[in-house]
Design a binder for this molecule. Structure first.
Ligand code: XUL
Ligand code: CO
Length: 437
C-alpha cells in the first residue's frame, strides 16, 4: 500500500509505560474483556467527512488542513485519489470500520444521472479497497443538507421536487451502502426542521419526513438490504429547531409513524449536550425502548455553545458510555464512529492520527472501567436494591398491573408512613471515581 503518511507507523499496543505517541496504551485490539475482544466490543469507525473532507475552516477563516494528496478540485479523479489515502489511514490506525455521506466520497455531476454514475464509480473503488484490506462499512448516508437546493430541508422541504431529489439521492446512497455490505444506514436530520414557525406547516413537514423514511424502508426490502436503519438526534444547528431533537423526540416520532420496528438511534455525544442532556441520559432513553443502535463518539466544549465535534478524551464520559453499551449487551450492527474533527490549529496530516489514537485509548479505558464496575456488581447491585420493594408484595402487584386505586387505598391506609432510604448519590460518585484508571 502506498505511503501518504510516511512518518506514521501502524499503531501497536505498547501498554501504559510507552511514550510512543503512535502506540496504543490502552486499546489492545485482541485482548479479551469479558466475553469478547476489545476490537469486537468497540467496533471503531472513522468518518470519511472528517478524515478526508474536513478542511478545518470555521465561520471566521478558511481551512488550514494540509492535504497534499488532494488537488482541491471537485473532480471524480480527485475523489478517486482520496481513497488509497483513507485506507492507509484506516490500516495504520487499526480502525476496522468507516462511515460516509454520498457527497463526501463522490462529487455531484452536471446532471443527477451523472451524479449517480460518479457514486457508482467510487463504490467500485471502495469495494476493491475493502476487499484488499478487510475494512468494513459501519453505515452510509446521503448528504441532504449541503447543497443550496436543501436550504429549506429535504424530506421537510415545502418544494415537492426537492423531496423527489432527496429521495433519488437516498435510493442511490442506500444501494451503495448495500453493495458495500454496510451494516447500517443513517438519517441525520440535517435541515429537517425550521428556521421560523411563521412560514412552517409543522404537521405537514413531519408527515413528509415519515413518508420519506417509509419509502427508504420499502426500498431496502425491495433490494434485499437487511442492515439497520438509524436516526441521529440533534436539537438544532443548522436549523433553529430540528424535528429529531433528542432520543425521546425521535422515539415518539418513530412510534407515531409506525417506524419503530425499522429504526434504532445513532446517538452523538455533542448532540446530546446541545439538547441539554448528558450522553448517559440519551443512552438510557434509547436503551429503555430497545432502540440504541450506534454511537457517534465525540464530545462538546462547555465553554462553546455549538457542535465542536471534539475527540472524546474524558475518561469519566467514556466509562459512562461504555457502562451503557455493556448494559445493553454490546453493539450488534452499531459501533463507535468518531464523528470528530481536529482543531483548526492541528492542521498537519499526523494530527489525524493523534486525534484518533487518543479517542480509541479513551474509549478502551472506558470499556475496561465499565467492565470492572459491572463485574464487581456493587453499583448495579445498589440500583437493584433501591427498587426491591417492587420485587414482591404490593410492589410486584403494581408492576404486574394487578391492582387498583381501591386496593391501593385500602393498602395505604393500613401501613405506617413509608420510611425512605438514602439515594447515596455522593457515595456512588465516590465509588465511580475509584474505578477511573
Ligand atoms: C452532524 C452530524 C452528521 C451525521 C451524519 O452534526 O453528526 O455528520 O453524523 O450525517
Ligand atoms: Co454525527
Amino acid at each position: 500500500m502506498s505511503e501518504y503518511f510516511p512518518n506514521v507507523p501502524q499503531f501497536q499496543y505498547e501498554g501504559t509505560g510507552s511514550k510512543n505517541p503512535f502506540a496504543f496504551r490502552h486499546y489492545n485490539p485482541d485482548e479479551i474483556v469479558g466475553d469478547k475482544t476489545m476490537r469486537d466490543h468497540l467496533r471503531f469507525g472513522a468518518a470519511y467527512w472528517h478524515v478526508m473532507r474536513n478542511e478545518l475552516g470555521d465561520p471566521f477563516g478558511a481551512g488550514t488542513a494540509q492535504m497534499p494528496w488532494d488537488d482541491g478540485s471537485d473532480s471524480l479523479q480527485n475523489a478517486l485519489n482520496r481513497i488509497p489515502v483513507f485506507f492507509e489511514f484506516l490500516e495504520k490506525s487499526q480502525i476496522d470500520y468507516y462511515c460516509f455521506h454520498d457527497r463526501d466520497i463522490a462529487p455531484e455531476g452536471a446532471t443527477l444521472a451523472e451524479t449517480h454514475q460518479n457514486l457508482d464509480r467510487i463504490v467500485d473503488e471502495l469495494e476493491k479497497f475493502q476487499n484488499e484490506t478487510g475494512k468494513k462499512l459501519l453505515w452510509g448516508t446521503a448528504c441532504l443538507f449541503t447543497h443550496p437546493r436543501y436550504a429549506h430541508g429535504a424530506g421537510t422541504s415545502p418544494n415537492a421536487d426537492v423531496f423527489a431529489y432527496g429521495a433519488s439521492q437516498i435510493k442511490h446512497a442506500l444501494e451503495a451502502t448495500h453493495r458495500l455490505g454496510g451494516e447500517g444506514y443513517t438519517f441525520w436530520g440535517g435541515r429537517e426542521g425550521y428556521g421560523s414557525l411563521l412560514n412552517t406547516d409543522m404537521k405537514r413537514e413531519l408527515d413528509h419526513l415519515a413518508a420519506l423514511l417509509h419509502l427508504a424502508v420499502d426500498h431496502a426490502k425491495k433490494i434485499g438490504y437487511t442492515g439497520q436503519f438509524y436516526i441521529e438526534p440533534k436539537p438544532r444547528e443548522p436549523s433553529t429547531h430540528q424535528y429529531d431533537s433528542d432520543s425521546a423526540a425521535c422515539l415518539n416520532f418513530l412510534r407515531e409513524y409506525d417506524l419503530l420496528d425499522h429504526f434504532k438511534l445513532n446517538l452523538e455525544t455533542n448532540h446530546a449536550t446541545l439538547a441539554g442532556h448528558t450522553m448517559e441520559h440519551e443512552m438510557e432513553v434509547a436503551i429503555a425502548a430497545n432502540a440504541l443502535g450506534s454511537i457517534d463518539a465525540n464530545r462538546g466544549d462547555e465553554l462553546l455553545g455549538w457542535d465542536t465535534d471534539q475527540f472524546p478524551t474524558d475518561i469519566y464520559l467514556t466509562t459512562n458510555i461504555m457502562l451503557r453499551v455493556l448494559k445493553m449487551g454490546g453493539f450488534t450492527t452499531g459501533g463507535l464512529n468518531f464523528d470528530a474533527k481536529r482543531r483548526r490549529e492541528s492542521h498537519e496530516p499526523e494530527d489525524l492520527f493523534h486525534a484518533h489514537i487518543g479517542g480509541m485509548d479513551a474509549m478502551a479505558r472506558g470499556l475496561k472501567n465499565a467492565h470492572q464496575i459491572l463485574k464487581d456488581g456493587c453499583m448495579p447491585g445498589f440500583i437493584a436494591n433501591r427498587y426491591a420493594s417492587f420485587d414482591s408484595g404490593i410492589g410486584a402487584e403494581i408492576e404486574a398491573g394487578k391492582t387498583s386505586l381501591d386496593a391501593l387505598d385500602t393498602y395505604a391506609q393500613g401501613i405506617t408512613p413509608p420510611v425512605l432510604a438514602s439515594g447515596r448519590q455522593e457515595m456512588l460518585e465516590n465509588i465511580l471515581n475509584d474505578y477511573l484508571v
